[in-house]
Design a protein around this ligand. Structure first.
Ligand code: NI
Length: 225
Protein backbone atom coordinates (compact mmCIF):
# COMPACT_ATOMS: atom_id res chain seq x y z
CA UNK A 1 0.00 0.00 0.00
CA UNK A 2 1.24 3.44 -0.95
CA UNK A 3 -0.02 6.34 1.13
CA UNK A 4 0.39 10.09 0.78
CA UNK A 5 0.69 11.71 4.23
CA UNK A 6 0.23 15.50 3.95
CA UNK A 7 1.80 18.17 6.17
CA UNK A 8 4.28 16.02 8.08
CA UNK A 9 6.45 19.12 8.44
CA UNK A 10 5.14 22.67 8.87
CA UNK A 11 6.29 25.38 6.41
CA UNK A 12 8.57 26.70 9.22
CA UNK A 13 10.19 23.28 9.64
CA UNK A 14 10.68 22.96 5.88
CA UNK A 15 12.32 26.41 5.88
CA UNK A 16 14.62 25.32 8.73
CA UNK A 17 15.65 22.24 6.68
CA UNK A 18 16.50 24.40 3.67
CA UNK A 19 18.46 26.85 5.82
CA UNK A 20 20.59 24.16 7.44
CA UNK A 21 21.12 22.38 4.12
CA UNK A 22 22.26 25.48 2.30
CA UNK A 23 25.32 25.70 4.55
CA UNK A 24 25.91 21.95 4.83
CA UNK A 25 28.65 19.92 3.13
CA UNK A 26 27.04 17.30 0.87
CA UNK A 27 28.79 14.04 -0.02
CA UNK A 28 28.35 11.44 -2.76
CA UNK A 29 25.21 9.32 -2.22
CA UNK A 30 27.36 6.20 -2.70
CA UNK A 31 28.07 6.21 1.02
CA UNK A 32 24.82 4.48 2.00
CA UNK A 33 24.11 2.54 -1.19
CA UNK A 34 24.06 -1.25 -1.25
CA UNK A 35 26.19 -3.26 -3.67
CA UNK A 36 23.52 -3.37 -6.38
CA UNK A 37 22.12 0.16 -6.03
CA UNK A 38 25.58 1.77 -6.14
CA UNK A 39 25.64 1.18 -9.90
CA UNK A 40 22.48 3.22 -10.50
CA UNK A 41 22.66 5.85 -7.75
CA UNK A 42 23.90 9.33 -8.69
CA UNK A 43 22.96 11.87 -6.04
CA UNK A 44 24.24 13.74 -2.99
CA UNK A 45 23.60 13.13 0.69
CA UNK A 46 24.16 14.81 4.01
CA UNK A 47 26.76 12.70 5.86
CA UNK A 48 25.08 10.24 8.22
CA UNK A 49 27.11 11.36 11.23
CA UNK A 50 26.87 15.11 10.67
CA UNK A 51 25.28 17.55 13.13
CA UNK A 52 22.89 18.62 10.35
CA UNK A 53 21.59 15.08 9.80
CA UNK A 54 21.18 14.68 13.55
CA UNK A 55 19.24 17.93 14.01
CA UNK A 56 16.95 17.56 11.01
CA UNK A 57 16.48 13.82 11.53
CA UNK A 58 15.35 14.44 15.12
CA UNK A 59 12.93 17.05 13.85
CA UNK A 60 11.41 14.58 11.36
CA UNK A 61 11.13 11.82 13.96
CA UNK A 62 9.45 14.14 16.47
CA UNK A 63 6.98 15.21 13.77
CA UNK A 64 6.12 11.57 12.98
CA UNK A 65 5.39 10.42 16.52
CA UNK A 66 2.00 12.18 16.86
CA UNK A 67 1.07 11.78 13.17
CA UNK A 68 -2.04 9.58 13.25
CA UNK A 69 -1.95 8.62 9.57
CA UNK A 70 1.69 7.53 9.81
CA UNK A 71 1.11 5.52 12.98
CA UNK A 72 -2.04 3.87 11.61
CA UNK A 73 -0.60 3.03 8.18
CA UNK A 74 2.91 1.99 9.25
CA UNK A 75 2.38 0.65 12.79
CA UNK A 76 5.98 1.57 13.56
CA UNK A 77 8.05 -0.59 15.82
CA UNK A 78 11.29 1.24 15.13
CA UNK A 79 12.11 4.13 12.81
CA UNK A 80 15.68 4.32 11.52
CA UNK A 81 17.10 7.86 11.89
CA UNK A 82 16.15 9.79 8.73
CA UNK A 83 18.71 10.69 6.06
CA UNK A 84 18.66 13.50 3.49
CA UNK A 85 19.48 13.52 -0.19
CA UNK A 86 19.71 16.00 -3.01
CA UNK A 87 19.45 15.62 -6.77
CA UNK A 88 20.82 18.43 -8.93
CA UNK A 89 20.37 18.72 -12.71
CA UNK A 90 21.54 15.50 -14.38
CA UNK A 91 21.34 13.38 -11.23
CA UNK A 92 19.24 10.22 -11.12
CA UNK A 93 18.64 7.03 -9.14
CA UNK A 94 17.87 4.04 -11.37
CA UNK A 95 15.57 1.14 -10.56
CA UNK A 96 16.48 -0.71 -7.36
CA UNK A 97 15.06 -2.30 -4.25
CA UNK A 98 16.20 -1.10 -0.82
CA UNK A 99 18.31 -3.40 1.35
CA UNK A 100 16.15 -5.64 3.54
CA UNK A 101 18.17 -4.90 6.66
CA UNK A 102 19.66 -1.52 7.56
CA UNK A 103 21.99 -0.54 10.32
CA UNK A 104 22.65 2.83 11.86
CA UNK A 105 25.97 3.73 13.45
CA UNK A 106 24.18 4.13 16.80
CA UNK A 107 23.67 0.37 16.77
CA UNK A 108 20.03 0.33 15.63
CA UNK A 109 19.36 -2.47 13.16
CA UNK A 110 15.98 -2.91 11.50
CA UNK A 111 14.13 -4.83 8.81
CA UNK A 112 12.98 -2.27 6.21
CA UNK A 113 9.25 -3.06 6.04
CA UNK A 114 8.20 0.44 5.01
CA UNK A 115 10.12 3.04 2.98
CA UNK A 116 9.33 6.73 3.31
CA UNK A 117 10.24 9.82 1.28
CA UNK A 118 9.49 13.24 2.72
CA UNK A 119 9.63 16.04 0.13
CA UNK A 120 11.53 19.17 1.19
CA UNK A 121 11.79 20.97 -2.17
CA UNK A 122 8.60 22.45 -3.57
CA UNK A 123 7.49 20.78 -6.85
CA UNK A 124 7.83 24.08 -8.77
CA UNK A 125 11.52 24.31 -7.80
CA UNK A 126 12.60 21.46 -10.10
CA UNK A 127 11.69 19.50 -13.21
CA UNK A 128 11.98 15.72 -13.36
CA UNK A 129 12.91 14.01 -10.11
CA UNK A 130 9.70 12.01 -9.77
CA UNK A 131 9.85 9.07 -7.40
CA UNK A 132 8.44 6.17 -9.42
CA UNK A 133 7.18 3.22 -7.37
CA UNK A 134 6.21 -0.08 -8.95
CA UNK A 135 3.60 -2.39 -7.47
CA UNK A 136 1.23 -5.05 -8.77
CA UNK A 137 -1.04 -2.30 -10.14
CA UNK A 138 1.69 -0.67 -12.24
CA UNK A 139 4.05 2.32 -11.92
CA UNK A 140 3.16 5.37 -9.85
CA UNK A 141 5.03 8.66 -10.28
CA UNK A 142 5.10 10.73 -7.10
CA UNK A 143 5.98 14.39 -6.68
CA UNK A 144 4.54 16.01 -3.56
CA UNK A 145 4.33 19.46 -1.98
CA UNK A 146 7.12 20.41 0.44
CA UNK A 147 6.45 18.89 3.86
CA UNK A 148 4.38 15.97 2.48
CA UNK A 149 5.47 12.34 2.59
CA UNK A 150 4.85 9.11 0.72
CA UNK A 151 5.14 5.72 2.44
CA UNK A 152 5.34 2.48 0.43
CA UNK A 153 6.28 -1.15 1.00
CA UNK A 154 10.01 -1.74 1.33
CA UNK A 155 9.57 -4.62 -1.09
CA UNK A 156 8.80 -2.29 -4.04
CA UNK A 157 11.12 -1.61 -6.95
CA UNK A 158 11.50 2.14 -7.35
CA UNK A 159 13.59 4.82 -9.05
CA UNK A 160 13.98 8.59 -9.27
CA UNK A 161 13.74 10.11 -12.78
CA UNK A 162 16.54 12.45 -13.95
CA UNK A 163 16.43 16.08 -12.82
CA UNK A 164 16.37 18.50 -15.74
CA UNK A 165 16.12 21.79 -13.76
CA UNK A 166 16.72 22.92 -10.19
CA UNK A 167 17.35 20.72 -7.15
CA UNK A 168 15.17 18.12 -5.48
CA UNK A 169 15.84 17.64 -1.77
CA UNK A 170 14.14 15.00 0.33
CA UNK A 171 14.40 13.07 3.55
CA UNK A 172 14.21 9.30 3.35
CA UNK A 173 14.07 6.62 5.99
CA UNK A 174 12.86 3.13 6.80
CA UNK A 175 10.61 1.70 9.46
CA UNK A 176 10.33 -1.76 10.90
CA UNK A 177 6.63 -2.33 11.40
CA UNK A 178 4.86 -4.30 14.13
CA UNK A 179 3.32 -6.15 11.15
CA UNK A 180 5.81 -7.42 8.58
CA UNK A 181 3.25 -8.46 5.95
CA UNK A 182 2.19 -5.61 3.63
CA UNK A 183 -1.30 -6.96 2.99
CA UNK A 184 -2.08 -7.55 6.65
CA UNK A 185 -0.78 -4.07 7.47
CA UNK A 186 -3.00 -2.57 4.74
CA UNK A 187 -6.04 -4.40 6.14
CA UNK A 188 -5.32 -3.01 9.60
CA UNK A 189 -5.15 0.48 8.14
CA UNK A 190 -8.47 0.06 6.31
CA UNK A 191 -10.12 -1.28 9.45
CA UNK A 192 -8.72 1.55 11.57
CA UNK A 193 -9.93 4.20 9.08
CA UNK A 194 -13.40 2.59 8.93
CA UNK A 195 -13.69 2.55 12.73
CA UNK A 196 -12.67 6.22 12.91
CA UNK A 197 -15.25 7.15 10.26
CA UNK A 198 -17.97 5.20 12.04
CA UNK A 199 -17.09 6.80 15.39
CA UNK A 200 -17.27 10.21 13.75
CA UNK A 201 -20.55 9.70 11.90
CA UNK A 202 -22.33 7.71 14.63
CA UNK A 203 -20.53 8.43 17.92
CA UNK A 204 -22.78 6.14 19.99
CA UNK A 205 -23.01 3.20 17.64
CA UNK A 206 -22.43 -0.01 19.66
CA UNK A 207 -20.51 -1.65 16.79
CA UNK A 208 -17.65 0.80 17.32
CA UNK A 209 -16.60 -1.01 20.48
CA UNK A 210 -16.91 -4.40 18.82
CA UNK A 211 -14.89 -3.36 15.78
CA UNK A 212 -12.24 -1.75 18.00
CA UNK A 213 -11.96 -5.00 19.88
CA UNK A 214 -11.49 -6.88 16.57
CA UNK A 215 -8.77 -4.39 15.58
CA UNK A 216 -6.81 -4.98 18.76
CA UNK A 217 -7.27 -8.73 18.67
CA UNK A 218 -5.96 -8.84 15.10
CA UNK A 219 -3.00 -6.70 16.17
CA UNK A 220 -2.35 -9.20 18.96
CA UNK A 221 -2.44 -12.04 16.42
CA UNK A 222 -0.27 -10.44 13.79
CA UNK A 223 2.22 -8.15 15.53
CA UNK A 224 5.80 -9.07 16.34
CA UNK A 225 7.56 -7.16 19.07
NI1 NI B 1 15.58 3.32 -2.63
Amino acid sequence: MMLHIPNVLTPEQVARCRDVMEKAAWVDGDSTAGHQSRKVKFNLQLPERSAETQELGDMVRKALAPNQLFVSAVLPQQVLPPLFNRYDAGMVFGSHVDNAIREHFSGIRIRTDVSATLFISAPEDYDGGELVIEDTFGSHAVKLPAGDMIVYPGTSLHHVTPITRGSHIASFFWTQSLIRDNEKRALMFDLDMSIMKLAQDHPDHPSTVQLTSIYHNLLRQWSET
